[in-house]
Design a protein around this ligand. Sequence first.
Ligand SMILES: [Ca+2]
Length: 492
Amino acid sequence: MNTLNRTKPLRRLLPLVLLLALSGCLGVEQQMTPPATITATTAGEETAPLRTPTATAEATGAAGEETSPLQIPTATAKVTGTSSAPTGAGEETSPLQIPTATAEAAGAPSAPTTAGEETSPLRTPTAGKETAPLHALPRLALIPFVQTDSPITYLADASDGSGRLFLVEKAGRIRVIQDGQLLAQPFLDISDLVQSSGAEQGLLSVAFDPQYRDNGQFYVNYTAQSSNGGTVVARYKTTADPNTADPASGQTILEIPQPAPNHNGGQLQFGPDGYLYVGMGDGGSAGDPWGNAQNRNALLGKLLRLDVRGQAGYAIPPQNPFAGANDARPEVWAYGLRNPWRFSFDRQTGDLYIADVGQNTWEEVDFQPADSTGGQNYGWNVMEGLACYQAKTCDKDGKVLPVVVYGHDQGCSVTGGYVYRGQAIPDLAGAYLYSDYCSGVIWGLQRDGAGAWKSTELLQSGANVSSFGEDAQGELYVLDLQGQVYRLAAGK
Ligand SMILES: [Ca+2]
């Protein structure tokens, strides 16, 4: 049985309604019909889906942008009952078989499309390789962990041996989770600097310095009031009290103007190389009207790689793919991205997974092997997923295609997670987990020895998944934007 508690008390409905205004978050720009699989089955249940207030259009809209109000997935509004068992891996007999919909999921959309041997541009050479079948992934469950009344965007571990987790609130606070308890006193409160009025604006992530235990330094990414929503990456320092950072210690490392309130990217991650990677959206509106993603002279629509180990600002890692080039910004690590809201490195292999939010049709996950030297063009806005964007044909030359895509019949905005390297769910080992903000479906992505990718639906969570989090042991957490953090566990 799915242990996700869908019985939300009435007192949660008020913040829920308020948060509907935020639901254009993460690149949602098209009114969508929730997947049939999410619909709860309790008799007599209200069926009219809630809709966002018209303020959503204001929150998301630069000129030319779609202004259709987002239709919240039905499961979000429905708070009753235990859902039917998720379709998925637990019932599979053949580990290579794409799971088929159960009776409850009749009419459910098809499984995500993965790049197989025939189409993967990144497939591992097969010569001499074993092609052992993939192991079946387990059914999952979400166990309520901590909860706050404020929208949450990210969860990080400081790798300082303390076992604490740090929960990022969109409004501009970072909270400490210690021994499973959310501490009342914020670790950092920079809400007076953060512009969070737009659905995709706010304090979007935190990354702790790999030497945090020694230097107490960490980095945040937020949209700033001072520049009407421009991106700021800033470094802060923790005080002598490990549960309190010094708000006066902030040093701006990088500032990037944002022409529209949406598509701000927002993820920070230190790579296994010790450099800070910064995910930047294409600047917003819709369709990348400024052509940022394909313009290597722009910092928008990119994954950037910075050396922040100096005392001020940042340096360009000498091995950056466009360092020294005269037709590109040297900060660029990869380009052709629309809104890489969440990306992560496999802590075991160093491989990079980028979940890039799509426009109107396709959501995608891009893969970059650990030995990559950067410079990839992930296609936007020439391509959306595996398809040409708003064109019958396009120049696919040099574009690195995603390893998995799914259509907007299965969601609206991909939320990238992590490769599972924890101990609690042994059968999940090595699978990359990702979800969708609207549908709440959680998938596991595996690659077999021949380099073919397979995506398996593991859980229909019903959550508005804004992010995953990974703790020191490699265990994973799932964040519902509305303020609930879940711990990922094996289902039954
Ligand atoms: Ca792409």
